[in-house]
Write a protein of this length. Sequence first.
Length: 309
Amino acid sequence: MTRYVFRRLCYGVVTIWLVTLFVFGMLRLSGDPIKFMLPPEASFSDIERMRRIHGLDKPLWYQYLLFNKSILTGEFGISLRWDQRPAFDVFRERLPATIQLATAAVLFSVLVGVPIGVLSATRPDSLLDRLGRAFAITGQSMPVFWVGLLLILLFTVQLGWLPSAGGIDRLGLQGIIMPAVSLGFYLVAAHMRIVRSTMLDALNSDYIKMVQAKGMPKRITIWKHALKNAAIPVFTLFAVNFAQLISGAVITESIFAWPGIGRLLVESVFARDYTVVQTVVFFSSAIIVVINLVVDLSYAWLDPRIRLA
């Protein structure tokens, strides 16, 4: 088990390093951030002085070493756009909003997708099952930005029920409804499909037939025994999706002006704020790697064949 954990940790470190290396190189190809900071009439001497202040006059290999040093020391550099503040502080201020949005989106997808999947599995090829499968195909076919625009058009423009932009601090729970539904709509379909598939396997298994032969009520058989044994793939999908939502809610946060790290990443890319972009990408990749590592270790703990393979 120790060797398995060490091997997975090494894979995770290498993955994060490759991501940071790729982002560092792509940012340097995107343009000079100093020209975005200074006015057009800035002199050549002013531009060179700002480059020296922010260390952009150094060779690329030296800048990359400084970037890795900032990761190891936990400093992450100074933002070029956000009033010369530490990049980590800017990221930390935006992270709670993204966690709120990702949590609401995942809860919405689980509370809606899991019951639909269970009901579809208990009545295969029925009208309910066909409607559920049609809903799953529709949900996985609609892009997130399209769902968000439809929600804004209906509930903001036409009905005037919900605000289209802002955050939960300013608008309360109403401000998170449409972003969470837009972000979690795809996951509803994903959870519905995987629950239906795993529940069909569980309901056809021998132990469920034995439970039914003992006279156990159908409701308890389905929701306690079958769903419990079919929940491992759902847990995996839940954990991976939560990590991806935290790091990848860029489109939804941009559409609804949600003050999270996704919108921060977009704003920093447009401003060529190297340090903030590198900080957001580093922590986003680290979150995904850590959660995937936890899921892998959970599987290895449950199934010895995985860690001995």
